[in-house]
Unconditional design. Structure first.
Length: 190
């Protein structure tokens, strides 16, 4: 855990409101981004991210400083996302489908440095298919893959977050990658 996190947590436990705001500001965007990638609905992701942060702050006295604070926060968010997905029994949606946001609906766009429209179209299609392959994964594989590759957490942190042995984490990441590879092979992308 960083010294800054440690000091913020201790200040929060003493009732310092500025420390609460600083801790929220530090983790709000990463947690929201993670929830949005897990849930795929910005409104629901925002609600879940807020709930994760509220739970983090209200249960701060139960946090064990021997472990990574960020891993603890992501564990709370992961559990809430998985609970939501199980309750909603969501299906995978097309990435071509418009996304409803606070300012209306919009389509996904991927910025590119290349000026060649054909290359850009191919890159966009590949990203769309890769994202669809990730969304199609079972939630336990998707959570582990996002924690590893999008949040850049170590195997040990993921194991702590999900309460799994490190070997299980490694196996699930391998299996998730294999499922994505098979799907992309089927779509002739690899």
């Amino acid at each position: 855990m960083s010294a800054e996190d440690r000091e913020l947590i201790r200040s929060c436990l003493r009732g310092d409101r500025r420390a609460y705001r600083a801790l929220l500001a530090r983790y709000q965007d990463p947690i929201f981004g993670y929830c949005q990638r897990m849930i795929k609905d910005p409104g629901q992701a925002e609600d879940i991210a807020q709930e994760a942060l509220v739970r983090t702050l209200t249960r701060l006295e139960s946090y064990d400083e021997r472990y990574s604070f960020s891993a603890w926060v992501f564990k709370i968010a992961t559990n809430l996302c998985i609970d939501h997905l199980r309750k909603a029994k969501r299906i995978a949606y097309s990435l071509d489908q418009e996304i409803e946001g606070k300012d209306g609906s919009f389509r996904r766009e991927v910025a590119s440095d290349t000026a060649d429209p054909d290359e850009q179209a191919l890159a966009n299609e590949q990203l769309r298919l890769l994202d669809a392959a990730v969304v199609a994964l079972p939630e336990h594989y998707r959570a582990i893959l996002l924690l590893r590759h999008r949040e850049d957490l170590s195997y040990e942190e993921i194991a702590r977050i999900l309460g799994l042995p490190i070997g299980t984490v490694k196996i699930r990441i391998h299996r998730a990658r294999e499922q994505i590879k098979r799907r992309l092979d089927r779509d002739e992308l690899l």
